[in-house]
Design a binder for this molecule. Structure first.
Ligand code: SF4
Length: 438
């Protein structure tokens, strides 16, 4: 008789990019016959995919490792924190192995060594689209690894290296498989989506009967032919981004751009070493909205960056008022160990950071409420995410899962997750819409 398949408990922390790494590791493990379990207790081992972006994320990762050690004791650590294993080894010298981000092969070998796979892996079939940790109707599509930028607050290039783009044909085949398996929305992610293909000089690769170039516009255009919603994340306002806006206006990809602006004051942006010509950003946003009036822009900002004065902060608030971004997140600056920004003079006190954060959030709340009021009375497409007894929760084309607002739809017996329905918007609050299915 064959030995039972070893059971793995998996903890996935961090951003969508880390989630995609987790999916790839799990897909390979399932292909080798491993079983997944939700409980650490009783598993043959635990894998913790860590996030090392901020000190708070590192603390959360160490806590997760601690829990896994206490509940199981056989733990493999991977992900961003694994790039610098010192703090993990100091606290948990008995972990079985530590591997860095995207080191899929090393994780798999460590698992194989610690708990060899069952003998007949072909009995444990993996769905062709791989194992997804997201709900069945949407999936993240990672188009590249690493980043060529050197933003002063970020250590991702140090952890993940320079940009390495996946060939466009390979990305498109993965996207096609996902759509065939029932995925209705593809969320394109990377560290810098607009830089896609720069590293390979936009080399062509095989796709269907011909070829496709590894280039932002070409990839977006081809993804738009697959019959799913296509949402672009982590785009910078480079001039060539202008070319995808007509695809949005024509309805081929979603009228949505996630652009992490981080600040607006030229002085702070310079200290942050952010990519993109910020001086012309407002003009660029205006021009995009002329071509695609329904465009929604989501962004994130950092307040309290070293050297940020009250004047810089007020510049940011004025800019926000003028830019009228639909969806905005804001973080208080946190010093990340190893980031060059730590050496910049003029640290902002925690009290001032908190005060600026509150002012920022209050200003954006008003903008968001005002913009959402404009949607009242319109009939919009809504992707249903969850169906409850009295209300279903969904998203419009302007809302990404997890990070943006929601559309609440009065219960209707026909609604199911993944379905796209027409909804008449009846009211709006600060962040969400409420409506009825037509
Ligand atoms: S664009 Fe900047 S913040 Fe984003 S990963 Fe690259 S260096 Fe980090």
């Amino acid at each position: 008789m064959n030995a039972p398949a070893p059971k793995i408990s998996f903890v996935s922390l961090g951003c969508p990019k880390a989630l995609v790494d987790s999916e790839r590791i799990i897909t390979q493990l399932r292909a080798q016959g491993y079983q997944l379990t939700r409980e650490h207790d009783g598993a043959d081992l635990v894998i913790v995919n860590t996030c090392g972006f901020l000190d708070s994320a590192k603390a959360e990762s160490l806590e997760a490792i601690g829990e896994a050690m206490a509940e199981n004791g056989r733990v493999i650590v991977t992900g961003c924190m694994g790039a610098e294993p010192g703090p993990i080894m100091d606290q948990f010298p008995d972990v079985l192995a530590i591997t860095g981000p995207q080191a899929y092969e090393s994780v798999i070998s460590a698992v194989n060594e610690a708990s060899p796979p069952a003998h007949e892996p072909f009995l444990d079939l993996v769905p062709p689209q791989g194992v997804k940790l997201t709900p069945r109707h949407y999936a993240y599509l990672k188009i590249s690894e690493g980043c060529n930028n050197r933003c002063s607050f970020c250590i991702i290039p140090k952890l993940r290296g320079d940009l390495v783009s996946r060939p466009a044909g390979e990305v498109l085949r993965e996207a096609e498989k996902l759509v065939k398996a029932g995925v209705k929305e593809l969320l394109v992610i990377s560290q810098d989506t607009s830089a896609y293909g720069v590293d390979v000089k936009y080399a062509p690769s095989r796709w269907r009967e011909g070829e496709v170039r590894t280039r932002f516009l070409d990839l977006a255009r081809e993804l738009g032919t697959l019959g799913a919603w296509v949402r672009l994340h982590y785009v910078y306002p480079y001039p060539h981004v202008d070319a995808v806006i007509p695809l949005m206006a024509e309805g081929r990809i979603l009228p949505y751009l996630d652009i992490p602006f981080q600040h607006a004051s030229p002085k702070v942006l310079k200290a942050m070493k952010r990519p993109g010509n910020q001086a012309k950003t407002l003009d660029r946003i205006r021009a995009w909205r002329e071509i695609c009036p329904d465009l929604a822009i989501r962004s994130t900002f950092i307040v309290g960056f070293p050297g940020e004065t009250e004047e810089d902060f007020e510049f940011l608030l004025d800019w926000l008022e003028e830019a009228e971004l639909e969806r905005v997140g804001c973080f208080k600056y946190e010093a990340v160990a190893g980031a060059p920004a730590n050496a910049i003079d003029g640290a902002v006190t925690e009290e001032v950071k908190e005060e600026r954060w509150r002012r920022f959030m209050a200003a954006q709340q008003e903008i968001s409420a005002r913009l959402l009021q404009r949607r009242v009375g319109r009939t919009i497409d809504v992707m249903i995410d969850e169906v409850g007894p009295s209300v279903a929760t969904g998203r419009s084309v302007w809302d990404a899962p997890e990070i943006d607002g929601a559309v609440y739809v009065a219960a209707d017996p026909g609604l199911a997750p993944g379905e796209i329905v027409k909804v008449r918007v009846e009211r709006a609050d600060e962040y969400d819409l409420h409506g009825v299915r037509l």
